[in-house]
Design a protein around this ligand. Structure first.
Ligand SMILES: Nc1nc2c(c(=O)[nH]1)N[C@@H](CNc1ccc(C(=O)N[C@@H](CCC(=O)N[C@@H](CCC(=O)N[C@@H](CCC(=O)O)C(=O)O)C(=O)O)C(=O)O)cc1)CN2
Ligand SMILES: [Zn+2]
Length: 760
């Protein structure tokens, strides 16, 4: 059989998060960069071998990264922002990603609708770009030396430009003619590596609603790239949605194949005829790269059968829907999971076998399976059938309550509420606060680990958390912050923590997925109807409130974010699941205010991320996302101030929707982007209060008083002081106390200076 099974990309952080640990050791000067490289080589090798052992035909190189593949691409093209020029090697690389003493890091933002974040390249017309092919070439050779001929993964030029920003004014696509020759040069070099090389060029930007100008770049780009050499086969790969407009063009270029997502981009089937006529290969993404449910092989074979009615079987390859970067590694470390539930799941390594088995059945028939494979297939059918009927999943009481839930919004309009709240809370203009979390120290994590493993008692654990809260509150008072938080020490993660306490949710021991750089999340998974057996946060928050006279903000994660950062059941529409979470949260809010908490922040960090990639689906999403935020806070009395927080978002296109959420105060990320993001709030006459982040918490850098004063003044150019809050741009959990303390002291100091100037 010719080569048929295909994996778009594999996760790289390591099944025991080896890369994370090694990177963090290096950053803390606990090991050399050579040691990190050694870890990286072991991981690459292991990942290639997993794929080889699963009989995967198309295995990738250059899907590895020390931090992020967009950053790698910027380095490959020589797109180095001025402030970092002159630095070299890993110092350059990590300074771009994380900033350094003198310079702020490059911006980071969400990768399409995922919880992965990439570094945003900074381009300018005057820059000279220059190929640096070493990573791409070396990784190919590294695999080759181990007997594995890889396809080479690249981020495509159009996506690269589409996701970059211009530091001089103008459109990034204006730089197309500067960038494309570098890609040509790269492909030329690649073409000399071996006899016949496959290059997967990722162009996920094609799944968005692109204007004619962008679409017009596709043909010249791929005509030219393919013309570089006869020795390369180009596959253009898209995912997360359909890319029919681009497909129409690509079939008229000389590329070898198209990789399409048939799960999240079902409309791709509308292009089948064109693809069939073009005679190109179709890499059919049919195994879910974004969720953890075992593939339903029967259903997948139906999809493939359907595709093969149009596209000849000889031209079809079987693939994952996108890179497996978005799924955890392997089920083999899940020792504590309920056996029924575990049997419904499949992580990256298990998905390799699914791709392989589906390939075999599709091309050679069930008859060709060996006994062992037949058992796997039968088990697959059983597992999928048991999920349909399991009593773990269906809860009539929850369904009834949620179906008949009538309190859809808060009492009172904003103007009336904010007046009452200001009277009660008595905060000044430019009120200072933080976003919620304080440093998650190794001690806090260790305590949690030990408590989970039964090494220490509940009392001991709670005592340690309370001691942290005591210190955290004391520090905030000392440095003069006005609205306090408890610091979230008891939370492993802002979503997982709630998942662990809600019925209908499962969680894993080792289901880590990279979120950015070395940072990972372990998304809990929703398998059944959701309810709240008991209050989730009230004890901690009321404990913290007792420690201070100042207002203590209660801290919750909102329904849309809980949903978007979980693996969600695929047997119920997302909006119904979201509403169940919202109803559970409305009970929590009521409990908090009844316990005397006057401010409650409901984080919607992933609100934007949930947006559909296509315009046509946005209205529907916005309708239920806003509905569910409003349901969650519907129990809040007029006097209870509701905050929300969003990070890494472009707000321009959703500002009206944010306003419709009707929170009293919103804190947002703006620190890496000056006051640009804020301007839209003024333009639309946004009326609620806003806390634009005054410094970037994703970088270890401590901002100076001066810098923050400047930032606050920039904000004051846009919004009046009465409407502004002053805070960092996100939670502080990833930072160290040594960074947090001086930063917040400087922030409070900066506010004093500005207040004096305004008064004076
Ligand atoms: N879900 C989610 N998505 C998000 C964010 C977020 O906060 N949550 N923030 C934005 C940015 N993304 C982020 C993603 C992760 C982290 C983060 O801090 N992750 C931590 C892990 C957090 C966690 O769950 N920790 C657990 C597990 C701790 C752990 O690793 N324990 C050690 C042992 C502990 C020890 O002995 O020291 C182990 O398992 O080996 C805990 O605290 O309980 C990390 O990668 O370091 C931050 C931001 C966007 N998306
Ligand atoms: Zn945030």
């Amino acid at each position: 059989m010719s080569k048929k099974s295909y994996i778009v990309g594999f996760p790289r952080i390591g099944e025991q998060r080896e890369l994370k640990r090694s990177l963090e050791d290096f950053w803390a000067n606990r090991c050399s960069f050579d040691a990190v490289k050694e870890v990286a080589s072991k991981l690459k090798s292991r990942h290639w071998n997993y794929q080889k052992e699963a009989s995967i035909d198309f295995i990738s190189s250059n899907d590895f990264s020390f931090y992020d593949t967009m950053l790698d691409t910027a380095i490959m093209l020589g797109a180095i922002p001025k402030r970092f020029q002159g630095l070299k090697d890993e110092t350059l690389y990590f300074s771009m990603a994380r900033g350094n003493k003198e310079n702020v890091a490059m911006e980071m933002t969400k990768w399409f609708n995922t919880n992965y974040h990439y570094i945003v390249p900074e381009l300018s017309l005057e820059d000279q770009y220059k190929l640096n092919s070493s990573k791409v070439i070396d990784e190919y050779k590294e695999a080759k030396a181990q007997g594995i001929n890889t396809k080479i993964n690249l981020i495509g030029p159009i996506t690269f430009l589409g996701l970059s920003k211009r530091v001089d004014r103008g459109d990034t696509y204006e730089l197309h003619s500067k960038i494309l020759p570098i890609y040509e040069e790269l492909l030329k070099e690649i073409s000399t590596l071996d006899d016949g090389i496959t290059i997967q060029i990722d162009e996920p930007i094609f799944v968005k609603d692109n204007d004619a100008k962008v679409l017009s770049l596709i043909k010249p780009t791929y005509d030219r790239l393919d013309a570089v050499s006869d020795n390369i086969n180009i596959i253009v790969s898209t995912y997360f949605e359909h890319s029919n407009e681009a497909t129409k063009v690509l079939v008229n270029t000389p590329i070898w194949g198209l990789g399409l997502d048939f799960l999240y981009g079902t409309k791709n089937i509308e292009s089948l005829e064109l693809i069939a006529n073009s005679g190109k290969k179709l890499i059919a993404g049919v195994v879910d790269g974004r969720n953890i449910w075992k593939n339903n092989i029967q259903t997948t074979l139906e999809i493939l059968k359907n595709i093969s009615k149009t596209v000849s079987k000889d031209n079809i390859l079987i693939s994952t829907s996108c890179s497996l970067l978005h799924t955890p590694f392997t089920l083999k470390y899940e020792e504590k999971m309920n056996a029924d539930i575990k049997n419904w799941l499949s992580y990256a390594v298990e998905k390799l076998d699914e791709v392989s088995l589906i390939t075999k059945i599709f091309f050679e028939g069930v008859e060709s399976l060996c006994e062992k494979e037949k058992v796997v297939l039968a088990d697959n059918q059983k597992a999928n059938a048991s999920r349909k009927t399991s009593t773990l999943i269906h809860d009539k009481n929850v369904q009834d309550r949620v179906d008949h839930f009538t309190k859809l919004s808060r009492d009172g309009i904003y103007e009336e509420r904010i007046k009452l709240q200001k009277e009660i809370l008595g905060y000044e203009d430019l009120a200072t606060t933080t976003i919620g979390s304080f440093p998650q120290t190794p001690e806090v994590r260790k305590a949690r680990q030990e408590f989970k493993n039964g090494v220490i008692s509940k009392e001991n654990y709670e005592q340690q958390m309370k001691a942290y809260i005591d210190d955290c509150v004391a520090f905030q008072e000392e440095c003069g912050l006005e609205i306090l938080v408890h610091g979230e020490p008891e939370r492993n993660d802002m979503v997982e923590y709630f998942g662990e306490q809600l019925k209908g949710y499962g969680f894993s021991q080792n289901g880590w997925v990279q979120s950015y750089g070395s940072r990972c999340v372990k998304p809990p998974f929703i398998y059944g109807d959701i309810s709240r057996p008991q209050p989730m946060t009230v004890e901690w928050i009321t404990y913290a409130q007792k420690k201070t006279q100042k207002p203590m903000k209660g801290m919750l994660t909102g329904p849309v974010t809980i949903l978007n950062w979980s693996f969600v059941r695929d047997d119920k529409p997302r909006d119904e699941v979201s509403k169940q979470i919202a109803v559970a949260l409305s009970d929590e809010i009521d409990d908090l205010q009844n316990a005397g908490i006057k401010i409650i922040q409901v984080d919607e960090a992933a609100f934007k991320e949930g947006y559909p990639l296509r315009e046509e689906n946005i209205k529907i999403y916005e309708a239920w996302a806003v509905r569910d935020f409003k349901i969650a806070v519907s129990s809040a009395h007029k006097e209870t101030q509701i905050h929300t927080h969003m990070c890494y978002s472009e707000f321009n296109d959703i500002i009206k929707t944010i306003e419709a959420m009707d929170a009293d105060v919103i804190s947002i990320e703006t620190a890496r982007s000056g006051n640009e993001l804020l301007k839209i709030f003024k333009e639309v006459g946004y009326k609620q209060e806003v806390g634009p982040g005054v410094y970037d918490i994703h970088s270890p850098r401590v901002p100076s008083v001066d810098e923050i004063v400047k930032q606050i003044k920039l904000l004051l150019e846009v919004l009046p002081k009465e409407q502004l809050w002053i805070n960092p741009d996100c939670g502080l959990k990833t930072r160290k106390w040594e960074e947090v303390k001086p930063s917040l002291i400087n922030m409070v100091e900066a506010v004093k200076i500005v207040r004096n100037e305004l008064a004076g």
